[in-house]
Design a binder for this molecule. Structure first.
Ligand SMILES: *[C@@H]1O[C@H](CO)[C@@H](O)[C@H](O)[C@H]1NC(C)=O
Ligand SMILES: *[C@@H]1O[C@H](CO)[C@@H](O)[C@H](O)[C@H]1NC(C)=O
Ligand SMILES: *[C@@H]1O[C@H](CO)[C@@H](O)[C@H](O)[C@H]1NC(C)=O
Ligand SMILES: *[C@@H]1O[C@H](CO)[C@@H](O)[C@H](O)[C@H]1NC(C)=O
Length: 369
């Protein structure tokens, strides 16, 4: 439903408003069941010499689709009605933005933002913040935005992220960091109990270890188009126990490691999301496969021994002699099992190395002929 600006102007005047409103709404739409009104504006130009007192944005959802507002300052934000909880400002060359604490859903895609300001993060009510295609390098401004549920920082210039930055965002469900410049993800001791989607595609990740982070709810992970050779599956499985969709495409995987990962995904019924874009071929290098498998094995073993140790402490705290004896018996059984495991891995590693040597010898003798 479209209504000309003139009509709205009269309506606003009838409602007792005296300020002139500079920007005509292109479209006012009503929702199907609710009186959800939106105002769509084009070519909104606000410069430092603009007389802000003349600006009167309507008290509805505001969508500014084009224009030029280099500094979306506190003074500009103050021209918004308190009733405007949803705000979109895109293709407006915004470099700095001020978030008002009346805003709940904010879309600032396709600008040039490298600075986000606000009075007090604790007063912010924003639950959805979309800042795709901007110039952000630093994400620490989100640190105390505890109401965030969706954070979209795709296509920025973010090269480092400390996981600690997100530790207060207990409601965060979607974290979109795709198409940035991340090289590593450091795993702080962070709990993100609500996180469900983690998108890290199109970065430069060559290492990925979030083993100390609690991401037990994450069901969708995208690490496509990075520089990954291998994943430590033991840690990965512990970090992401609820995964059901994983995109690993377009990484220069080591073939053996990729196979292991795909076997694991098959076993765990994790959807192996494969894109049709030209796939980066994996690297066939057996020695590298063995080297890259070692961290998995040692972590698994360390974990086993750690559990054994806890078991031992448990046993010491038991007073009853009978119980202690049976514990000791169980413990030696457990120890035997662990030794068997160790023996097995030594054995298979030995086999693999022998195999490698055979391949190498064959090649060497072939070359001699
Ligand atoms: C977040 O809150 C902490 C503690 O109140 C404060 O030290 C820090 O500067 C705040 N960070 C931001 C980006 O607001
Ligand atoms: C993961 O990211 C890639 C690259 O951006 C994209 O093509 C693919 O569709 C994404 N995968 C999923 C499952 O969304
Ligand atoms: C992807 O490729 C498969 C076969 O390789 C084809 O069946 C499928 O239709 C393709 N999907 C898209 C979206 O192009
Ligand atoms: C170690 O493992 C190999 C092969 O799995 C087996 O033949 C051997 O008996 C094992 N040794 C011990 C001490 O368990």
């Amino acid at each position: 439903m479209k209504i000309s600006c003139l009509v709205l102007f009269f309506v606003t005047n009838l409602l007792g408003c005296v300020h002139p409103w500079l920007y005509p709404c292109k479209q006012i739409s009503w929702g199907i069941y609710t009186v959800h009104k939106r105002c769509i504006l084009d070519d909104v130009v606000i410069r430092t010499d603009t007389e802000l007192y003349k600006i009167f944005f309507p008290p509805v959802e505001l969508i500014i689709n084009s224009g030029f507002i280099r500094d979306f300052s506190k003074a500009v934000a103050d021209r918004l009605s308190k009733k405007t909880t949803h705000l979109t400002v895109q293709f407006c060359g915004v470099e700095r933005v001020f978030l008002r604490d009346t805003l709940e859903k904010v879309i600032l895609n396709y600008n040039a933002i490298d600075e986000v300001r606000f009075d007090s993060a604790k007063d912010l009510k924003v639950w959805a913040l979309h800042m795709m295609s901007n110039y952000l390098r630093d994400v620490s401004f989100v640190q105390n935005m505890t109401s965030l549920v969706i954070l979209n920082l795709r296509s920025n210039f973010i090269a480092t992220v400390s996981w600690e930055t997100f530790k207060n965002l207990k409601s965060l469900a979607t974290l979109e960091l795709g198409r940035n410049r991340l090289k590593t993800i450091d795993g702080g001791d962070v709990q993100l109990p609500s996180l469900k989607r983690l998108l890290l595609d199109r970065n430069r990740l060559f290492s990925f270890d979030l083993s100390n982070a609690n991401l037990k709810q994450v069901n969708e992970l995208n690490i496509s188009s990075n520089e990954l050779l291998s994943l430590n599956l033991f840690n990965f499985e512990k970090t992401f126990p609820a995964l059901d969709t994983l995109d690993i495409s377009n990484n220069p995987w080591n073939c053996g490691r990729r196979q292991r990962l795909e076997d694991w995904m098959f076993l765990k019924r994790v959807t192996n999301q494969q894109s049709n874009t030209s796939e980066v071929p994996c690297v066939e290098d057996h020695l590298q496969t063995i080297a890259l498998t070692v961290p998995d094995g040692t972590d698994r073993l360390r974990d086993d021994f750690q559990r054994l140790q806890y078991f031992y402490y448990d046993q010491l705290s038991e007073q009853d002699a009978n119980q202690r004896l049976s514990m000791a018996k169980a413990r030696s059984g457990r120890l035997q099992y662990d030794l068997g495991l160790l023996n097995n891995s030594v054995h298979t590693t030995g086999q693999k190395i022998n195999h490698l040597f055979r391949i190498y010898n064959l090649r060497a003798s072939h070359n001699m002929h």
